[in-house]
Design a binder for this molecule. Structure first.
Ligand code: CTP
Ligand code: MG
Length: 224
């Protein structure tokens, strides 16, 4: 089955505060975006990638990915992540019209091991309409009231944190986005809203999302 991946990379990286869009921030000489795209490539399961870049950074992003030119298409992203994914999906359907599986993978999860990509693709190929990589929750979770006082300790045994790439039968993601009017940070959440089943595979600690300078320092330490 032909697999296409969408990489939303059009965010500004305000919380990281690096002065350039987060996707272009280098770690040990290679940008987060380049690392994320390379992980998809190295999985051996992705035919093509469509990157949504900040609208004013398309040439810079194309230059950044020059070594993967035949594998990648760059389109201008939108104001919200949802818009960027929607724009990338439209381009993917044009570039790879026979794609049956689509992955959505944040540029900010630059260190996701290729094995996670393969596990997500395999689960969709085996029939899951939507698949997310997840990790168990390590911390104790408390629910608090508006004053910050604890109401209850939540049973965490069935809680999971969600990573990317998230994988979909392409028709399912298309339907979910057609039905979605508003903003979503989680593509699988849009599938849930149209009543679709979402399955899980094990995620990986290295698939952490780089949000702050602290996260970047952790990633640098892992690489070193
Ligand atoms: N993203 C996007 N288009 C947007 C906003 C975000 O493609 N309009 C992408 C980001 O580039 C990132 C992913 O969605 O790869 C997750 O978003 P986030 O971690 O919030 O990144 P930023 O929006 O860049 O960071 P911040 O919110 O701190 O500005
Ligand atoms: Mg953001």
């Amino acid at each position: 089955m032909s697999v296409v991946a969408l990489v939303p990379a059009a965010g500004r990286g305000v919380r990281l505060g690096a002065g350039v869009p987060k996707a272009l921030v280098p770690v040990a000489g290679e940008s987060l975006l380049s690392r994320a795209v390379r992980g998809l490539h190295d999985s051996g399961r992705v035919r093509h990638v469509v990157v949504a870049a900040p609208a004013d950074e398309v040439p810079a992003v194309e230059a950044e990915l020059a070594s993967l030119r035949s594998f990648v298409h760059v389109v201008p992203g939108g104001a919200e992540r949802t818009d960027s994914v929607r724009l990338a999906l439209a381009e993917a359907e044009r570039v790879v019209p026979d794609a049956r599986v689509v992955l959505v993978h944040d540029a900010a999860r630059a260190f996701t091991p290729p094995s996670v990509v393969r596990d997500v693709v395999r689960a969709v190929e085996e029939g899951a309409p939507a698949v997310v990589p997840v990790l168990p929750v390590a911390d104790t979770i408390k629910q608090v009231d508006e004053a910050g006082d604890v109401e209850t300790t939540v049973d965490r045994s069935r809680l999971r944190t969600v990573q990317t790439p998230q994988g979909f039968a392409i028709d399912v993601l298309r339907q979910a986005y057609a039905a979605a009017g508003d903003i979503a940070t989680d593509d699988a959440g849009l599938v849930e809203r149209i009543g679709g089943k979402v399955s899980t595979v094990p995620g990986h600690p290295h698939a952490l999302k780089i949000t702050t300078a602290f996260d970047l320092a952790i990633a640098e330490a892992v690489l070193a």
